[in-house]
Design a protein around this ligand. Sequence first.
Ligand code: SF4
Length: 418
Amino acid sequence: MSKKHIRPRLVFADRDGNIFDHPDLLMLCRKGTEFVQPGPRDLMPLPEGSDIFLLPGRNALGLDPNSGAIEVMDNNPVAAFVCPGHTLTGICAFETPPGVTPLPLFAYGALGFAKGRFWVCANQVDPDPRQKFEEIPQGSIEQGARDWLAAFPENRLVRHLANCALNTCCPAARNLALGRYEAPLPTAQGCNAACLGCISQQPGDSGFPATQSRIGFRPSTLELLQIMRAHAGHESRPIFSFGQGCEGEPLLETSLIAEACRTYRREGGTGTININTNGSLPAAIPDLAGSGLSSIRVSLNSGQEEYYSSYYRPRSYGFTEVKETIREAKSHGLFVSLNYLFFPGLNDTEQEYRAFGGLLEETGPDFIQLRNLNLDPELYLQTLNPVQSPFMGFANFKKRLKKDFPWIRTGYFNPWLG
Ligand code: SF4
């Protein structure tokens, strides 16, 4: 079915939560500060494993195909939380009356209905199935978690991750329970940033909760090693990732992480050892690289310092240190990924492309993970207060990256490096 002629209709919900497609009004999406009709390359059928959210206290926006006017409905908008491996190309279009509390920490994709199915503003950027759980019985995850608890009853980190797998449904912890793909290794209780969308710690007055409970202890080297050794025994292509959603900044625990890596490698441990970080401490890189770390993933929402600082609210470092960390990692032979938090209509503007392109030229990373920003879009725009400039669309953005930076791969997940 060619997408060229797909003009999805608006999807909305009544006050009882029943979801409808509008008989006349067409779907709109937000791109930056604007509301536009999605183009064919913005749309895809809603992929399995995605969730649909009703956004309370807000009004859905639709397009009148006759007048071209934007209609404000007295009904709730409905958004898609698209499954991993997909990047949003357009945000759900809605208006919020004054005094309504911010939305919780998710990414709200624009959703429409046409030809008997839901369509979402998203593109698949990574076919890797590591966070697909539709075909996996919950019992397998529960049994896996119980096996870990039985094998390592004294290991606090195993207890923490078993809880994550069973109660917060963290995909990384579930994979550990299933003995596959990427093992999460949280270590840090503190952080040197205060990201607006931090999922493990939110100030009391933010108006929305952290979605993960931050780790409350410092694991020992042995607790880390027990997990690394056992996971390598289950998964032939193991990936280990320090820097998880349930912790602070792992570079603040460099000595602990380096000791675990060094011991694991010394005893012949294989696989990709990765650290997901805010990139705040370039001085930590030589020790980590020397200890057997394979890769680093540095998180950023923009190539523009002003927008970076508005979102990450760094305390004891700045954009300069982030770039220096990427350069340092490259010079020490690490594989470098950027965790690029993409917001349609902001990250695909010429202004951002120039700044981000400059950063790529300057620092030379290997991989860009095109991720969604999990935050109330209106709060993000209020905070960044961007000057809206023309945007090229996600598909064009990706195409230009490929042409201008052919050595850089794009995707969504930390790659296994052999
Ligand atoms: S760097 Fe990570 S832990 Fe620190 S504030 Fe940001 S999201 Fe939270």
